[in-house]
Design a protein around this ligand. Structure first.
Ligand code: SIN
Ligand code: FE2
Length: 217
């Protein structure tokens, strides 16, 4: 009994990885939610299908995206921003389900960010070869709230940089169910995703899905 409790605690600790003050990976944290998340995702993508948006520089993003919540993150030739309306349908984004809110709040609280109230969830879909170049998340109104990022499906190498674009990023493997939370002193760190390698996951097939929860407004 004592031994198994000790082993559980040890496993719990090895599942948290602090990359720097304010940035923590919770390995496997979302696994218990996987079926509920994928179910909710089917509803979201029925109303607001994944699409490839264009950057202000005119490039088509290799990552396909959609959103749920009161606000969605979008990009077009005029810039990056949050909008309450899906530009493709002209309607509001799908509602953020209770299971999404609970997952994001639990992950934030377990890394010390209490009272996280996400109002936006960006959903990214990566096919093999898709990538995300180094960037800061800075379209939100204030930077007090953390970013909660949930990885599902095939693995990614996440680049975790510093406060300056030129800071050499660490490479962090993110696999199915991993959650990364960054806030406080880490809130404006540069980050990105290397081109996704071909793989197959029993729940998502040949895709990687990433949900990022934000407090946009
Ligand atoms: C993002 O920075 O918006 C997404 C990060 C990821 O896909 O892991
Ligand atoms: Fe980001």
């Amino acid at each position: 009994m004592t031994l198994s409790l000790f082993q559980d605690m040890e496993q719990c600790q090895s599942e948290r990885e602090e990359l720097c003050p304010g940035a923590i990976v919770l390995h496997g944290f979302a696994v218990p939610y996987e079926v509920a998340i994928l179910e909710a995702l089917r509803d979201i993508t029925t109303r607001a299908p994944f699409r490839h948006m264009v950057t202000p520089g005119g490039f088509r993003m290799s990552v396909a995206l959609t959103n749920c919540g009161s606000y969605g993150w979008i990009t077009d030739r005029t810039g990056y921003r949050y909008d309450a309306i899906d530009p493709e349908s002209g309607k509001s984004w799908p509602h953020m389900s209770a299971v999404f809110v609970k997952l994001a709040q639990d992950a934030a609280a377990s890394t010390g960010f209490n009272d996280f109230k996400p109002d936006a969830c960006l959903v990214n879909c990566y096919n093999p070869g898709a990538r995300l170049s180094l960037h800061q998340d800075k379209n939100e109104r204030d930077f007090d709230a953390p970013i909660v990022s949930v990885s599902l499906g095939i693995p990614a190498i996440f680049l975790w940089g510093g406060l300056r674009r030129k800071d050499k990023p660490m490479r962090v493997q993110l696999t199915h169910g991993d959650i990364m939370v960054w806030g406080g002193p880490a809130r404006l760190h540069y980050h990105g995703v290397l081109p996704i390698k071909e793989a197959c996951h029993p729940l998502t097939g040949t895709h990687r899905i990433n949900l990022t929860f934000r407090k946009a407004a």
